[in-house]
Design a protein around this ligand. Structure first.
Ligand code: S3P
Length: 443
């Protein structure tokens, strides 16, 4: 069945003040990594707070197909019994990742590093996304891998890898992580050099589970090195707690800042220098975001955010900031539409190859709803002011486009409709309930 035949629209109307204390689900990046690393550790790890969204469940099924034992316990935590170093076994059917870009790309690294073969497939949207960015570095390490016109289906054949020093030409945590996961199987030292450091969740979790992984600034690069002097890395089973996803929190956060009178607390949100770009930018716009109750969760920082409505002013986002908020531009564009003045966001080329061409989708959706907007190859300019609304937005099956435009509907004069809400379940299955609990009018 095609995704298009299952479309379910949704509509958001102008809201009164939002209020309440809520928790968003677990972080998607950390949830994928927790399942993968626990699956190759020795022993049983307990994962609490796992995001049970469609993307992460696809990774879970893949890790089971590769040999890990994963089950939910009576407390709704996940018990993952790993296969140990080089213990993954070739699956007997293609691994279907649905819409999960992080899942498919990182597991390609794991499979190559385990010197086994597998075929990787996904849904229509994932099948148009670039995979050579992963396969090229893996080939440089000795992997035998073929894509289909640069995309899925991808086939990896069993091959022994060798250590390498790799300098990716795009800032991508997925590329860095795939290399590091492949390197877990190789004796020697593998190095990834990044011009702009991307999210370091793989490094943090690997260190927590016993890998010898180091990060240093060298010659203007952030250099991550994984050392395996005595053969494949042995990860020890570890209980992992997944903090709340700042990329999901972005939507109630922007809604609270833009709906007059709002006062909302978002609990347990992960704070991480490579993920908090949106908070920094919203504060520069005048956003009232207070951080309280900071604590640790499996090597990451977690805190509560109190967010209060207030007038926002336009902002310029520099290209260097983009990787720190790469998934948050749909949410920021809504804040910019509510701000006074013209905001400019640069360094956005990667948005063209996310779950949809997000630059095009944002431009079209804002324009249809009466917002002044311009876009170039890698930039977006949004002028704030009264928002007419009243239009239906094409989401192109992109969860973050759908959530962003439902937030626009909360502050527009006329209701805003999105053509499909089903994809929201990939990252934020509780989105509708949580927004309604805060007082939003979303049908
Ligand atoms: C992710 C990295 C980002 C992000 C994606 C999750 C990760 O992609 O957009 O949603 O978990 O490593 P890139 O690193 O390719 O920019």
């Amino acid at each position: 069945m095609s995704a298009a035949s299952q479309n379910l629209p949704a509509q958001a109307r102008r809201a009164d003040a939002l209020s309440g204390t809520v928790r968003v689900p677990g972080d998607k990046s950390i949830s994928h990594r927790a399942l993968m690393l626990a699956a190759i550790a020795t022993g049983t790890s307990k994962i609490s707070g796992l995001l049970e969204g469609a993307d992460v469940l696809a990774t879970m099924r893949a890790m089971q197909a590769l040999g890990a034992h994963i089950e939910q316990d009576e407390n709704a935590d996940w018990q993952v019994t790993g296969v140990g170093p080089m213990g993954l076994s070739a699956p007997n059917a293609p691994l279907d990742f649905g819409n999960a870009g992080t899942g498919v790309r990182l597991v390609m690294g794991l499979v190559a590093g385990a010197a086994i073969g597998a075929r990787f497939i996904g849904d229509a949207s994932l099948s148009t996304r670039p995979m050579e960015r992963i396969l090229q570095p893996l080939r440089a390490m000795g992997a035998q891998a073929q894509a289909t016109n640069g995309c899925l289906p991808v086939t990896i054949e069993p091959a022994a890898l060798i250590p390498a020093v790799i300098t990716p030409d795009i800032a991508s945590a997925q590329v860095k992580s795939a290399i590091l996961l492949a390197a877990l199987g190789i004796a020697g030292t593998t190095i990834v050099r990044e011009k702009i450091a991307t999210r370091g969740h793989s490094e943090t979790m690997l260190r927590l589970m016993g890998a010898d992984i180091r990060v240093q600034e060298k010659d203007g690069y952030s250099e991550v090195s994984l050392h395996n002097e005595n053969g494949p890395t042995k990860l020890k089973a570890t209980d992992l707690h997944v903090p709340g996803d700042p990329s999901s929190a972005a939507f109630p956060l922007v809604a609270a800042l833009t709906v007059p009178g709002s006062d909302v607390v978002l609990e347990n949100i992960m704070l991480n220098r490579q993920r908090d770009g949106l908070i920094r930018v919203l504060r520069a716009m005048g956003g009232d975001i207070a951080v309280t109750n900071q604590r640790q969760a499996s090597g990451e920082i977690m805190a509560d955010l109190r967010v209060q409505y207030g007038p926002l002013k336009a902002v310029n986002v520099a290209p260097e900031t983009a990787p720190d908020m790469i998934d948050e531009f749909p949410a920021l564009a809504i804040a910019a539409a509510a701000a006074e003045g013209t905001s400019h966001m640069a360094g956005l080329a990667e948005l063209r190859v996310k779950e949809s061409d997000r630059l095009a989708a944002m431009q079209a959706g804002l324009k249809a709803n009466g917002v002044q907007v311009q876009a170039g190859d890698d930039w977006l300019r949004v002028t704030g002011g009264p928002i007419a609304g009243g239009a239906s937005v094409k989401t192109h099956h992109d969860h973050r486009i759908a959530m962003a435009f439902l937030c626009l509907g909360l502050i527009a004069e006329q209701p805003v409709t999105v053509d499909d809400r089903t994809m929201i379940a990939t990252s934020f299955p509780q989105f509708f309930d949580l927004m309604r609990d805060l007082g939003a009018h979303i049908d």
